[in-house]
Design a protein around this ligand. Sequence first.
Ligand SMILES: Cc1cc2nc3c(=O)[nH]c(=O)nc-3n(C[C@H](O)[C@H](O)[C@H](O)COP(=O)(O)OP(=O)(O)OC[C@H]3O[C@@H](n4cnc5c(N)ncnc54)[C@H](O)[C@@H]3O)c2cc1C
Length: 431
Amino acid sequence: METTSRCSSDDHLVIIGNGMASHRLVEILINQPQRPRAITVIGAESVPAYNRILLSPLLAGDMQHDALTLRDADWYADNGVTLCLGERVETIDRENRTLETDGGHTIRYDRLVLATGSRPTLPQVPGIDLNGVHGFRDFHDVAELEAIAQRGGHALVIGGGLLGLEAAEGLRKRGNRLSVSVLQRSGRLMNRQLDATAAGLLKQALVKRELNILTHAQLAKLEGDANGHVCAAVLNDGRRLPTDSVIIAAGITPNAELGREAGLNTDRAVMVDRYLTTSDPAIFALGECCQFEQHTYGLVEPIWHQVDVLAAILSGEANDGYREAPTATKLKVSGVALYAFGPTDPEPEHDELRYQDPQSGDYRRLLLRDGRIEGAVLYGDTRHGTWYFEQALAGTDLTPYRQALLFGAADVEVLKDQQNDTPHLSTSEAA
Ligand SMILES: Cc1cc2nc3c(=O)[nH]c(=O)nc-3n(C[C@H](O)[C@H](O)[C@H](O)COP(=O)(O)OP(=O)(O)OC[C@H]3O[C@@H](n4cnc5c(N)ncnc54)[C@H](O)[C@@H]3O)c2cc1C
């Protein structure tokens, strides 16, 4: 890489991070008629952007490594984008509009995008730095987890949310005489997405696969052996669980330090307005490293909206700005289908509709407010999930179809047709 930007124009866009948000932004920008004249992407990982979401099926052995790559390095070059991989940006000098990398390079920017993502949140407990304690975030982590699976013994996953369960199931599937336990602090799995019934069904399914699930289980400390390798986890209630490795999947921490140290407004992450602009008008942020109002991000759906907004802004197009919208969740564990969005627990004014078929294991629960869907939890048959989500986003008043709602769009359409066939009474007839 050159030590100073090769771009002497006033239109050099530099993007820090070559993850999912950065990649998608570049994909859109290069097709814009008014694209920035020069684009440089600097990524700390040594490989070009890949689909991080698919690390779970990769770990489970359901996908091959290469299938995750979004674009190879040649694609960037072919599209006039300078890609610097394996290099971490260490400082930003806002006054001179330059940044420094750990490779000793200084790069000048005119506009800068922070797309540095996040990292696993490490519980602040004694022993967290021991060998054998891992995250689940990148290719390197997957390689470590694969080695754990091959060695066998016992693995303990901290966190019974989406990521923890995908890690646990991947380890179990790939495991060679490996037993896997999941520690969940709350009383139910995926407590931010599922109600108690769906969480119970999920637990049953995972226990059947011989995952050991411990709820109400809070990590107090990790113990190490004489070689500094983790050998046990101790819980708040005093239980001691011997283990050969620990995988932390208990939330994420935005990589906001770079912005913070450069003097940008930060809270939990780098603060942006609805145009994804930080407190410095030449610097933007998006993805898991940014915070909009009170929101930080951990799923790609809202990030794709941010990318669309920022691509328009960087290309000089008019845009209404980013708006927060609900997000739906799926679990990527083969053989377990669930789909959820909105609040998990009903409020007094919610109209709650439920269906459960113990034979098939199907479960559906809808929360409606004034006839409009606000939340859904589907376990087993999730076919109608997207339709419910669309109705929720559109704010459709479904009051006339309430009785058919649990059976999805097709039944609602039948009911609509029946109602349309029924001659309507005029006001005077009705009276
Ligand atoms: C195992 C797994 C499964 C997931 N499954 C789902 C799912 O099913 N659905 C879903 O919606 N989301 C899922 N996610 C979340 C999703 O992957 C993230 O929301 C998304 O990757 C965020 O994109 P990002 O660009 O903000 O961050 P990232 O993709 O993490 O990219 C940030 C990049 O910036 C680099 N970087 C950081 N600091 C610097 C620096 N100083 N200099 C240079 N480079 C730097 C990082 O190395 C990284 O490559 C999953 C995540 C994981 C880990």
